[in-house]
Ligand binder design. Structure first.
Ligand code: ZN
Length: 583
């Protein structure tokens, strides 16, 4: 149980000291649990099968990682070398290879023999000459370690000599904290335990855990309530289809601190070097992570229906290594890209433009730009760094816009009238969203709008659909309309809070009128009109609309959805939201 410590109360571990200046209000920002470093803690790692279809490099990797993890010692479960030979030069070479690795460990390594290591009399003699016994035991911090030789019987298994030896070791250590058993083949799991049953009965009544290998396929089970492990591989042959299927290279990490051992497997893939991402490759990593190397120039057209549309894809490589870009252009039902595959090299610190064309998939019909908007272009960027490929996809939504025609005003045609649907613009996928995490799609907030005109005035109808209105208070829902004469910087805007009276209006536009009504509790219809002279030039204007959707007043950063990108941010593209008055 932890408790906050107070001044003057020592932390209960040796070797830590806070000076009095570290305290504030008599407190330290640390729980006073005892440091997890008691003297009687036992901790060790186990490596699994190394041979039987050895995969080069894995043992070396494990050795390097063990030296980072620093267990006090390392155990094994056999099949250390390929063995199965009577050629002394070959056996010599294999042992030198293996020993070189374990001698590089900063901690002791305990040999356990497997069928590959002691598969014939010659190899057994070799073992005895190099390492002494094949079965042995030791006591560490009052835990008993029993190392068996499962290739010791007349055929295979445990000899009587061995079972007597082990049974004696068990009998001589009655009061140990725990007993750990290591053997190569999981003899307990076979119908014929081949001599192990005698050891098993000697272990009765004590706490123990068994580790084995041989099958290259991880398996955990219990027998007589005791944990029995078959470890996978640490370099041994494997299909490597993943830990879920028991096919993985790993270390097993064992800690005995309290009553029972804690056991966890560490996949070698899960141990990552400290410089896995370092400053040297960070520019490339960031370029790939942000995906900002990919940019699609907007497609702006005079008309919605055209023969074809050209798009400039801009690839910007901000790093000092080559960026390769590859992938397929999107495909649609109504249109196709004349360059379906992209493969471009972008030299260091440079930009490459690639022109791609879209055309109607039906040669008899024009290309409908409305079908082309809302399309995502996804390509893959790749850097070769430190001898390996680093690649991520980047995506950009195509910005497609054309000059829309504003029809002549008819009194009976309002936005909710089905017959005028053609001229209604629905903002169900905003091109720009501030605080987009707070907008949950068109069921959260949706705008529809329609523009009309007569000789002197522009008529704007807006239908707001909001699942939850926030009308009063400091933070509330808010509609904004933006107008601009083409080619001019000055922006006129109208800010309106949805309400029954629509009295909360802020604008500098002269001669502006408005009326609004609630169609139901979720739909608010606004109708405004204003003189054309302030907002159009030669019958043209630029228009945008936004809605601040406050769902929860405690959230001080509500989302604001925009039909076209805000005109005052870099996402803006010239010509978006262009309109021309129908004569
Ligand atoms: Zn084996």
């Amino acid at each position: 149980m932890g408790f906050l410590i107070s001044m003057g109360q020592p932390l209960s571990s040796a070797g830590i000291k806070f000076d009095t200046a570290s305290f504030l209000n008599g407190k330290l920002p640390v729980t006073n649990i005892v440091f997890n470093d008691r003297d009687d803690k036992i901790q060790f790692a186990i490596i699994a099968d190394i041979n039987g279809g050895n995969i080069p490099g894995i043992l070396e990797d494990a050795r390097e990682k063990l030296n980072k993890l620093q267990p006090p010692f390392v155990m094994s479960v056999g099949d250390l070398i390929d063995g199965y030979t009577r050629d002394s030069a070959l056996a010599e070479k294999q042992w030198i290879q293996f020993n070189t690795q374990v001698q590089l460990l900063k901690m002791p390594f305990f040999y356990v023999s497997g069928n590959h290591d002691v598969s014939n009399d010659f190899l057994k003699q070799q073992w005895n000459k190099r390492f002494g016994r094949t079965y042995y035991n030791f006591l560490y911090k009052n835990a008993l370690f029993l190392i068996l030789d499962t290739e010791d019987g007349k055929t295979d298994g445990i000899s009587k000599l061995q079972s007597d030896y082990i049974a004696a070791a068990i009998a001589n250590h009655k009061d140990v904290r725990w007993t750990f058993v290591f053997m190569h083949r999981p003899l307990w799991s076979y119908g014929n335990e081949a001599g192990y049953e005698k050891i098993e009965s000697a272990l009765k009544g004590r706490n123990y855990t068994v580790f084995s290998g041989h099958h290259h396929n991880y398996l955990f089970g219990t027998k007589d309530g005791k944990k029995h492990f078959v470890l996978a591989t640490t370099g041994g042959g494997t299909n490597g289809r993943g830990a879920k299927f028991g096919e993985f290279h790993h270390l097993t990490w064992v800690t005995l601190a309290d009553k029972e051992p804690e056991i966890i497997n560490i996949s070698l893939d899960g141990l990552l070097q400290e410089d896995i991402v370092s400053t040297g490759i960070y520019p490339q990593i960031q370029a790939l992570r942000t995906g900002k190397w990919l940019h699609a120039n907007p497609i702006i057209s005079a008309n919605r229906f055209t023969r074809n549309a050209s798009l400039i894809l801009r690839f910007n490589n901000p790093t000092n290594t080559l960026l390769t870009v590859s992938g397929k252009m999107p495909v649609g039902q109504y249109w196709q890209c004349t360059t379906p595959e992209i493969s471009v090299n972008v030299p260091a610190n440079s930009t490459v433009d690639k022109l791609v064309d879209f055309e109607s998939s039906n040669k008899n019909l024009p290309l409908d730009l409305d079908k082309l908007s809302d399309i995502e272009c996804k390509l893959t960027g790749t850097y070769q760094l430190n001898g390996q490929a680093y690649q991520l996809d980047a995506a950009t939504r195509l910005k497609v816009d054309w000059t829309r025609v504003i029809p002549v005003y008819k009194t009976n045609s309002v936005i909710i009238n089905e017959s005028v649907k053609e001229t209604v613009i629905t903002v169900d996928r905003p091109e720009y969203i501030e605080e987009d995490w707070d907008w949950h799609g068109k069921d959260d907030a949706l705008l529809k709008f329609r523009l009309q005109h007569d000789k002197s005035r522009l008529y704007v109808e807006v239908l707001v659909k909001d699942d939850k209105y926030q009308l009063g208070g400091e933070l509330h829902d808010q509609l904004q309309l933006f107008f601009q004469k083409p080619g001019e910087k000055n922006v006129s805007s109208i800010t309106i809070n949805p309400s029954l009276t629509s009295q909360d209006v802020v604008t500098t536009i002269q001669g502006f009128t408005s009326q609004s009504e609630w169609l139901n509790k979720n739909e608010w219809l606004l109708k405004i009109n204003l003189p054309l002279q302030y907002i159009t030039d030669m019958g043209r204007l630029r228009f945008n609309i936004s809605y601040k959707d406050v769902d929860d007043v405690s959230n001080t950063k509500p989302s604001i959805i925009f039909w076209k990108p805000r005109w005052d941010v870099s996402a803006d593209y010239p010509g978006s939201g262009s309109f021309i008055l129908k004569q």
